[in-house]
Design a protein around this ligand. Sequence first.
Ligand code: ZN
Length: 278
Amino acid sequence: MALSKERKTIVEWSTTQLLAQLQRLGVRTGGVLLVHTSFRAVAPTEEGPLGLIRALRAALGPTGTLVMPTMTSGETVFDPKSTPTDGMGITAELFWRQPGVRRSTHPGGSFAAEGPLAALICRPQPLSPPHGVDSPVGHVHDMDGQVLLLGVTHSENTTLHLAEAIARVPYSVSHPCVVESDGAAHTVMIAETDHCCTGFRRLDTWLRERGLQAEGKVGNADARLCNARDVVAVAVAHLASDPLIFLCAAGAGCEECDAARDSVASLWQADEKASSLK
Ligand SMILES: [Zn+2]
């Protein structure tokens, strides 16, 4: 009895089953799909993470483009052909290493893409902000792509940083990143709208109440699917009424959000100085 129960729980999800789940959720054939994944939540699958990637490719078809974040620590000079991802999960790490997959060149905020629009999505971008309108997430948004969260929440949804950039939120924190110029390694500070990102989870409520988020299972994982344009439009509308809505409350003990809050005053002072010089 105990043995059969144990066997049941270790049955692998076949690629065909994963494909059916992705289609049921609403992944568009021929579309652009940006995927954030915790493989541990999806597993076990036939062929492991490669089986999941195969299912995602099959759901998109040959005219679709698959995109994943391949961000790096910024502690060494970034080489898109060799630098491992940092905290992006095994699926993304394996994805960029597959033949025919492109990887963008941002030294900290790179993405990988495969499909007809991969080169456009991975084209060179400014250092800051890493996830602005002229970045891979910006291009996925322009291309009316979908965002799929597999076993992760909106905290991992990079498209929300695009919404912050479009809304011009008043916080910005700089992090060191090693870049190469003139054949030598230099450390530059890259400004981004950084915080703990727990506040991004508000999107569940905002999207659900508007019927803009499909939810279901992919493998064993809770999956959320939404349009990048809906994510940005809904977030920008909320940011317009409260620009700090994604930050933890002051005094809540969140160091990252406190740093973002501290940056607001200094950015405003810099703005005032700039306008008084005009
Ligand atoms: Zn926080």
